[in-house]
Design a binder for this molecule. Sequence first.
Ligand code: NI
Length: 228
Amino acid sequence: MLAVIPEVLSAAEAGEALAVLQAADWADGRITAGHQSAQVKHNLQIEEGHPVHQRLGDLVLNALGRSAAFISAVLPQRVFPPLFNRYDVGMTFGAHVDNAIRQVRGTPHKIRTDISCTLFLTPPEAYDGGELVVQDTYGKHRVKLPAGHAVVYPATSLHRVEPVTRGSRISSFFWIQSMVRDAMRRRLLFDLDMAINAATADLPPDHPAPVALTGVYHNLIRQWAEVS
Ligand code: NI
């Protein structure tokens, strides 16, 4: 399931983060790439441990924690500390699948990357190209979102970033280990949660269906979630 999470950051918050990133030092993006993806990766990144990485990473993590849509779509167990990348004119990231396991730098923790997330920080009118193209069994999805909006998609997907042809595209990107490993089960839970929200809004407050369905939702999570 590919889902758009609107307004993880407000436009103002995204603008402030962008200004900090535009003034920061950037390194070659291949610092976090695996062997195959290093061959096709041509972009820039903020180094892990850089003060800007720490500060803005915490901003993004706090914002994700406030987003009901993000939590419902990914059912997070662990979130990788957000990274930041930049594509200037001519930069691109060819087709690849993200590494399955990521070590969190400076810690003994590893994350299984069930879900990939890109949080767009540059307004789309400020650059051309730079679409995230995600390929799944339903075909190719081209994603370019307003600043502060995010997309989540299964990390099992082949994906690429189209070359930027004007301006610069700056984003945050990271991975999530979900409590529910199976993408189809996550999708069913997300659809059920959205349907419960819609029913709750439309039905009289004493109607029994939302309570019963909410029970089903939680009991499915009890069946399927791994918690450690
Ligand atoms: Ni990737």
